[in-house]
Structure formats: structure tokens, C-alpha cells
Design a protein around this ligand. Structure first.
Ligand code: ADP
Ligand code: MG
Length: 281
């Protein structure tokens, strides 16, 4: 397995005048391998965005190391390393620079000196990947939230990144927009093996990830597969996280005396068990 990113005992404090230093990230260590989809969850203020900024070199750790593509991230290699990753932020309206969808996607390519023909190919290719190929000449601000974020993802993809980082890219979207973006990311992962790190509150998205990192007050509380992470639902609720709907319902049914085997992460799993072991007799 090829390592894409690792955090090695990383800490970061904000220094606000007249206040004690605020430790936003506290001795966090984890590794992300090529082709993985990692979801980072945690309550507001738990350090997720700070972690994302450390990953892209907008901030540098006060302790520990951030390694990308097996190299420690430094001020010297920052631009070279950043050219190998794509980043999409929360607010779809703050990320447009072009007056049409295709200009917007082409913008970063132009800045990187990509030749015109190559640029046209890449713009089409990346808009196709996010199912927005029919919108080349549309004005970005007339698109729906989900469409805007998909164009933002296309802009990132056009640079052919090895790592895509999403910081709450779906949190300002309506349910349909959210579904569109999540579908596109899972297709990308399946078709291209792109490595994705996604900070999110969306439980549907979290359940699709290969591994989940749970942040709590700047510390990494745990890391594991969705099944491992949601095995202790009460602990997650204690730190202010929501649980998948099916998991909540199966907990309530169990409390009410219905014997259920195992955990149910999706409604389908729950319905299947209810159907086969309780209603079909
Ligand atoms: P999250 O993304 O999980 O909501 P953040 O990384 O934004 O968390 O914030 C972690 C902690 O750092 C919080 O206590 C927050 O108030 C503080 N913080 C974040 N950004 C700044 C900043 N620019 N200056 C001072 N404190 C900050
Ligand atoms: Mg944040």
C-alpha cells in the first residue's frame, strides 16, 4: 500500500491576544493510503478545519510532522506538494472565478501553464466525471448548490490530483445536492481510485467511507471502519455526534425488547433483519 498522507504527533495552537493559547489540534497521528476514502467527523470546534489547513500547508504544526507523498511538508516544497492535491471548501459561492463553468474549471489550468488543447481536454473530462458536461457555457452563480460544488470538484480534478480534500463540501447543500456530490465522489473513487479525505457531518457519506476519524476537542478519539466506529453509539452521542438513523432505530427496538442480531448501519440492513427474523414467521 502506498502512503499518501500521514500525521505524526501533530499539534497546533492558535494564539489570540489577551487569551491563553488555544490548542486546536493535540497530538494527532494517522495515515491515509492510496485509494482510501477517509471521513473526518467531530463536533464544531473539534479541530477538523485546523487539521485540513495543516494538511494543505495553510498552517504549520507547532509540534510533530505532516507528511504528504512520503515527504515532510515544508515552506520550500509547499507549492510542489499542493499541486498534487485538490481542495473543495464549504461555501460553493466563494470558489468561482470564471464567468462560465468551463472558464472556471480552466482557470487553475491556465495558471499552471497547461497548453490550450490539453486544457480543453481536461475541462471536458473533469466536467464529465462530475456529470456536468452539459453545463459548459452556463454561468456558475445560476447553478444549484449541488451543481456548484460538482463544478468546484471538477476544477480540482482538472489538475489531476492524487488527493482530494473536502472540508464540509456538502454541508451547505440541500439533500438532493448532497446526494449528487456524494454520488460523484463515490464514482470517482471506484473509477479512478482517487484518495479522498472528507470532513463531513453527513452520516450517509460517513457510512460510505473506508475509515472514519473521530475528532473530539482537538484529539483523535478513534479511527476505524464505519462498523468499528458505530459499534459504540453511546460514546459518540456523548461527544455530541449524531448516529445513523437505522442504528438509532435498532437501538430503540432493542430497548423495547425486540431481540435483534448485530448492528444495523443502513435502513436496508435493518429492514432485512426485521423482515427475515421477525415478520416472516
Ligand atoms: P472545526 O472545523 O472542527 O469546527 P476548527 O479547527 O475550526 O474546528 O477549530 C478548532 C478550535 O480552534 C476551536 O476552538 C476554534 O475556536 C479555534 N480556532 C479556529 N480558527 C481559529 C482562528 N483563526 N483563531 C483563533 N482560534 C481559532
Ligand atoms: Mg470546520
Amino acid at each position: 500500500m502506498k502512503e499518501i498522507l500521514s500525521m505524526d504527533q501533530v499539534s497546533f495552537s492558535y494564539h489570540v491576544e489577551g487569551e491563553e493559547a488555544r490548542k486546536a489540534v493535540d497530538h494527532v497521528s494517522f495515515t491515509v493510503n492510496e485509494g482510501e476514502w477517509i471521513a473526518i467527523v467531530g463536533h464544531n470546534g473539534s479541530g477538523k478545519s485546523t487539521l485540513a489547513k495543516l494538511m494543505i500547508g495553510l498552517l504549520f504544526p507547532s509540534e510533530g510532522n505532516v507528511n504528504l507523498f512520503l515527504e515532510p511538508l515544508t515552506e520550500e516544497n509547499l507549492w510542489e506538494i499542493r499541486s498534487r492535491m485538490g481542495i473543495v471548501f464549504q461555501n460553493p459561492d466563494n470558489q468561482f472565478v470564471g464567468s462560465t463553468v468551463q472558464d472556471d474549471v480552466a482557470f487553475a489550468l491556465e495558471n499552471n501553464g497547461v497548453l490550450f488543447e490539453e486544457m480543453v481536454t481536461r475541462v471536458h473530462e473533469s466536467l464529465q466525471k462530475v456529470n456536468m458536461a452539459d453545463f459548459l457555457d452556463h454561468e456558475p452563480h445560476h447553478l444549484s448548490g449541488g451543481q456548484k460544488q460538482r463544478v468546484a470538484i471538477a476544477g480540482a480534478l482538472a489538475l489531476r490530483p492524487e488527493l482530494l480534500i473536502l472540508d464540509e463540501a456538502t454541508s451547505m447543500l440541500d439533500p438532493q445536492g448532497r446526494d449528487e456530490v456524494i454520488r460523484v465522489v463515490s464514482e470517482l473513487k471506484q473509477e479512478t481510485g482517487l484518495t479522498v479525505i472528507s470532513i463531513t457531518h453527513d452520516l450517509e457519506e460517513v457510512l460510505l467511507a473506508d475509515r472514519i476519524i473521530v475528532m473530539n476537542r482537538g484529539k483523535m478519539l478513534k479511527v476505524g471502519t464505519p462498523a468499528e466506529i458505530f459499534a459504540d453509539g453511546e460514546e459518540l452521542e456523548r461527544i455530541g455526534l449524531d448516529l445513523p438513523f437505522a442504528l438509532k432505530v435498532s437501538g430503540l427496538l432493542r430497548e423495547a425488547g425486540l431481540p435483534l442480531d448485530g448492528e444495523h448501519m443502513t435502513e436496508e440492513e435493518l429492514v432485512n433483519e426485521l423482515w427475515t427474523s421477525h415478520f416472516s414467521k
